[in-house]
Design a protein around this ligand. Structure first.
Ligand SMILES: [Zn+2]
Length: 122
């Protein structure tokens, strides 16, 4: 994932004021990125601190890529830090391309198949 992609995702997420209580810090980082600062790491760190932000970020990244790559730089955001109940997350996966769709809440809608239309997610 390139820094530009991270900043672009942060910009979209930061605009979703209805979704997230406090996007001020995120938007400030986006502004700094626009000014030429390298803040991708800071953005990732901020996103991992808030589960809803992190979910949104991952969903957003998935829309643009087949799947996010693993650790990008220091691995800080591979897993949610301080995740209290990892077993609550169910991941549906396409057996063909490996597309993953995590479900965090019971009753959350799950797409019938991956974006490439391979096969039902299981
Ligand atoms: Zn697939």
């Amino acid at each position: 994932m390139r820094d530009d992609d991270i900043v672009a995702a942060a910009r979209v997420i930061g605009a979703k004021r209805d979704l997230i209580a406090d996007t001020a810090a995120l938007n400030e980082l986006v502004t700094r990125a626009d000014a030429g600062e390298r803040v991708a790491d800071d953005i990732l760190e901020l996103l991992t601190l808030d589960r809803r932000l992190w979910e949104e970020f991952r969903r957003h990244v998935r829309q643009g890529q087949e799947r996010p790559r693993g650790p990008v730089q220091d691995g800080m955001y591979v897993d949610l830090p301080g995740d209290g109940d990892p077993s609550a997350e169910i991941v549906y996966q396409c057996s063909t391309c490996g597309y993953e769709f995590p479900v965090f809440e019971v009753g959350e809608p799950v797409p019938e198949c991956c974006p490439q239309g391979h096969s039902p997610l299981t």
